[in-house]
Design a protein around this ligand. Structure first.
Ligand SMILES: Nc1ncnc2c1ncn2[C@@H]1O[C@H](COP(=O)(O)OP(=O)(O)OP(=O)(O)O)[C@@H](O)[C@H]1O
Ligand SMILES: [Mg+2]
Length: 269
C-alpha cells in the first residue's frame, strides 16, 4: 500500500516566484491498483511523481510504502521500489549504449549496484522474451545502439527496463504523449500487461481523457496541488469523456485546460 499524507511542497519559497505546488495532498493506493491522473497544466501532477520518486523532499507530510517511511529516503534508494517514466523517449535510456547494455545498467541500478559488467544469462534470456513480446523485432537487436531506435521502440525498451525488477510502484508521466497514436496504443497495451502481471501499483498521468477512463480502475483529478476528484467503481464506469469533462467543470469551476488534450482513445486491433 502506498500512502501519501498531507504532502506539501513550495518551490522557491520566500521569493517572488514562489509556487505552492502540492497543498496538503492525501492519497492511498492499494497494492496493484492502477490509477490514472488528469489535471490542467501546472496542476502538480509531475510534482506529485517527483515527491514519490524522491526527486526532492516534501516540506511537510509523509510518504509510506507498505509501512516503510520513504519521506526522507534518497532518490537512488527509492529507485529500487519506485520506477518513473517520462514523456520524452530519449530520457530513459543511454543512446550510445546497446539495448543489452542499457538493460544491464537498469538491472544493476534496480539491484543497488553501481555497475554490472554484463546481464546475468538468465536475466538476458528473460529480457529477450520480454522484447519479443513487444513484437518490434527488438529481441534480435540486443547489440543495437539505443540511439538508432525509433521513439516508440525506445519508450517500449524504457518501459521494460523500468519494470525489469518488478518495482512496487510505477509512475508513468504521459509516457505515450510523444508517440504516434498507433505506437502509443501499443505501449499502453504493453503497460497494462506488465502492470497486471507484476501486480504493480501504478499511477499514469495522461492528457488522453479516453485513456484515463478506460485504463485502470480509478481516476483522480489534480488541481492546484490537491486532489479534487477521485473516481472509481460504478461512478467511474458510468462516465464517458464528455461526462468527465462536465464533472470537471462543475467541480473546479473552469474547463480542463491542457495544451495536449486528446479526447478519444481508439483501441487498436
Ligand atoms: N523545480 C521547480 N521550480 C519551480 N517551480 C516548479 C518546479 N517544478 C514545478 N514547478 C511549478 O509547479 C507547478 C506544478 O508543476 P507540474 O510540473 O507538477 O505540473 P503538471 O501538472 O505536471 O503540468 P503539465 O500538465 O503541464 O505537465 C507549476 O506551476 C510549475 O511551474
Ligand atoms: Mg507534468
Amino acid at each position: 500500500m502506498l500512502t501519501l499524507k498531507g504532502l506539501d511542497k513550495t518551490f522557491q519559497p520566500g521569493t517572488a516566484s514562489a509556487h505552492h505546488a502540492l497543498c496538503g495532498l492525501d492519497l492511498t493506493l492499494k497494492d496493484g491498483e492502477f490509477v490514472t491522473v488528469i489535471g490542467s497544466n501546472g496542476a502538480g501532477k509531475s510534482t506529485l511523481f517527483g515527491a514519490i520518486a524522491g526527486s526532492f523532499f516534501v516540506d511537510r507530510g509523509h510518504i509510506l510504502l507498505d509501512g516503510e517511511d520513504l519521506t526522507y529516503q534518497p532518490e537512488y534508494k527509492r529507485a529500487r521500489k519506485v520506477a518513473r517514466i517520462f514523456q520524452d523517449p530519449m530520457r530513459g535510456t543511454a543512446p550510445d549504449l546497446t539495448i543489452e547494455e542499457n538493460v544491464a545498467l537498469a538491472y544493476a541500478r534496480a539491484g543497488g549496484r553501481l555497475l554490472a559488467p554484463a546481464l546475468p544469462r538468465k536475466k538476458r534470456a528473460f529480457f529477450r522474451e520480454q522484447l519479443a513480446r513487444l513484437d518490434m523485432g527488438l529481441e534480435d537487436r540486443m547489440k543495437t545502439r539505443i540511439g538508432l531506435l525509433s521513439g516508440g521502440q525506445r519508450q517500449a525498451v524504457t518501459l521494460l527496463m523500468a519494470t525489469i525488477n518488478a518495482p512496487r510502484v510505477l509512475l508513468l508521466d504521459e509516457h505515450t504523449a510523444a508517440l504516434d497514436p498507433v505506437v502509443a496504443e501499443r505501449i499502453l497495451q504493453i503497460t497494462q500487461d506488465i502492470v497486471a502481471e507484476n501486480h504493480t501499483t501504478t499511477m499514469m498521468v495522461t492528457h488522453n481523457i479516453g485513456a484515463a477512463l478506460s485504463l485502470g480502475t480509478r481516476t483522480i483529478m489534480l488541481e492546484q496541488g490537491k486532489i479534487v476528484l477521485d473516481l472509481s467503481g460504478r461512478t467511474r464506469d458510468a462516465l464517458d469523456v464528455p461526462g468527465l469533462l462536465s464533472l470537471y467543470r462543475k467541480t473546479v469551476g473552469a474547463e480542463l485546460d491542457t495544451d495536449r488534450m486528446l479526447l478519444t482513445h481508439e483501441r487498436a486491433g
